[in-house]
Design a protein around this ligand. Structure first.
Ligand code: NAD
Ligand code: UGA
Length: 459
């Protein structure tokens, strides 16, 4: 008997790809009582998983993984046939990295589908969780039918954020299930029944549009606030106060209005580029996406120019202490991190760079070889001509800045995330260069947005 003939059970689920999406989704599904088999092909990740170690840094993941592996609800394999045998639902959560032209590289998705083909029958549902450009799933549905894949293929794009991935799985803002097989969609929807959330069932291309539209819109918001920050630097005003003011309008919202070094990570840059490329393939020139990307890149260049100006014009031979390497706080992910771009530019201008990131530091050594990766922040800042805040790790706020004042060569801070308190630092003799307000000018303290809202009694 082949696996295709075995009775299928939606309490048994296979997940292909043990990355930020696959592993977190698998652990959450196991937590909800399902039996989950995770397939991973990368030897290092597989080896760590087999030893019960989470290969990625994600809050709460290690504890949950230990719990669900110990009670036998989550297992790991590199054998796809084993994993999908008897599984009612198979999630594909493999990577879709960017191609040089900006398009999404779909080879991992196609390969996973190809490997599945001979092991699944008509009663298994195959769900693409990877982010694939609008039109892809419909094309895969059609080609799978031609290739005699009996299982229905759906898309269920993922909206989790790194750093809060498990929380986002447990409390999703919505679940979107796209495809053309209503009964298969209903089976996938049943997995999310206990969550108090909106479950949308739609066609595959609309589902993909929702995924790309969400990431692109958030990226636009960030680039918009960064352009406003630039105007504040030129004209006056404090971008943090401006963002609070804009954000009090519920039609705008305060989220994703933090000005700074712009967006990085494995998603926004690649998904904006892929949507733009898809638009281009269909003859549409998507101005806004191109602008969002360009503004984002400029933001990194501008930061380096600010550093240059702060140290007196030339970076050659200067020692730079970079605090934070991950593309954002809460993760070890360095994909498309602003830090990498910034450090490369600093090195190109002749600076000596030391960097510290408690979580992403160990991974960084391979990616940025010309940099000294330090074990702690105090070692990093020793003898520095400037301290640069690149990732918004909360631990940087509570560093002993008095001690740092005694360790650096020059008391200059360029804060790419507006993280630190400029008043405290000014009292310690630092020159503090923020984003979105004029350096050297003591600006208004940041105002609390909630204080600006009308009270419920009035509203
Ligand atoms: P990732 O690179 O961390 O993980 C993908 C994993 O799949 C890798 O470990 C790889 O070895 C494995 N893999 C690839 N092909 C395989 C195969 N045939 N068999 C077994 N294992 C295989 O990627 P990720 O960050 O988890 O992203 C996965 C997808 O989800 C991407 O399309 C991404 O755009 C999307 N997404 C990511 C996030 C995020 O926060 N990272 C959020 C939403 C959506
Ligand atoms: C993002 C989305 O928020 C998720 O919903 C989506 O599922 C995911 O991409 C994806 O498709 O993979 P993530 O990349 O983990 O999640 O991180 P975000 O919190 O969205 O931040 C992205 C980048 O924008 C970071 O570099 C962050 O520093 C930057 N950012 C964010 C700002 O510069 N300003 C802000 O106000 C918010």
């Amino acid at each position: 008997m082949t696996s295709a003939d075995t009775a299928m059970d939606d309490g048994t689920i296979a997940v292909i790809g043990a990355g930020y999406v696959g592993l977190v989704t698998a652990a959450w599904l196991a937590e909800t009582g399902r039996h989950v088999r995770v397939v991973e092909e990368a030897p290092e990740r597989l080896d760590q998983l087999r030893r019960g170690i989470a290969p990625i840094h994600e809050s709460g993941l290690q504890e949950l993984l230990t719990a669900v592996m110990d009670d036998g609800r989550l297992s790991v394999t590199d054998d796809i046939a084993d994993a999908v045998r008897g599984a009612g639902i198979v999630f594909i959560a493999v990577g879709t990295p960017p191609l040089p032209d900006g398009g999404a590289d779909l080879r991992q998705v196609r390969a996973a589908l190809g490997q599945l083909k001979k092991h699944v029958g008509a009663t298994t549902v195959v769900v693409i969780k990877s982010t694939v450009p609008p039109g892809t799933t419909q094309a895969l549905i059609e080609s799978s039918r031609r290739d005699r894949l009996k299982a229905p293929v759906l898309t269920c794009p993922e909206f989790l954020r790194e750093g809060s991935a498990l929380h986002d799985c447990r409390h999703p803002s919505r679940v979107v299930i796209g495809g053309d097989d209503e009964s298969a969609q209903a089976r996938v929807a049943a997995l999310f029944e206990e969550l108090n959330t909106v479950v949308m069932q739609t066609d595959a291309t609309s589902a993909e549009m929702i995924k790309y539209g969400s990431n692109a819109f958030l990226a636009l918001k960030i680039s918009f606030i960064n352009e406003m920050a630039r105007l504040c630097e030129l004209i006056g005003g404090n971008i943090d106060v401006v963002a609070d003011g804009l954000g009090t309008d519920p039609r705008i919202g305060r989220a994703f209005l933090n000005a700074g070094l712009g967006f990085g990570g494995s998603c926004f840059p690649k998904d904006v580029a892929a949507l733009d490329e898809t638009a281009g393939l269909h003859g549409h020139y998507f101005w806004l996406l191109k602008a969002a990307t360009e503004v984002n890149l400029q933001q990194r260049r501008r930061f380096v120019v600010k550093v240059q100006e702060a140290v007196g014009g030339s970076l050659s031979g200067k020692r730079m202490a970079v605090l934070g390497l991950a593309f954002k706080a809460g993760t070890d992910d360095l994909r498309q991190a602003p830090s990498i771009d910034v450090i490369r530019q600093l090195v190109d201008f002749g600076a000596h760079v030391a960097a510290y990131d408690a979580v992403a530091g160990p991974k960084a050594a391979e990616i940025i070889p010309n940099v000294t990766i330090c074990a702690d922040a105090y070692e990093c800042v020793r003898g520095a001509d400037a301290v640069l805040v690149v990732t918004e790790w909360p631990e940087f706020i509570t560093l002993d800045w008095r001690r740092i004042a005694g360790l650096v060569r020059r008391r200059i801070i360029v804060d790419g995330r507006n993280l630190l308190d400029e008043h405290v630092l000014a009292d310690l003799g630092f020159t503090y260069v923020p984003v979105g307000r004029r350096p050297g000018k003591k600006s208004l303290r940041r105002r609390n947005a909630s204080a600006l809202l009308p009270s419920p009694a009035v509203g």
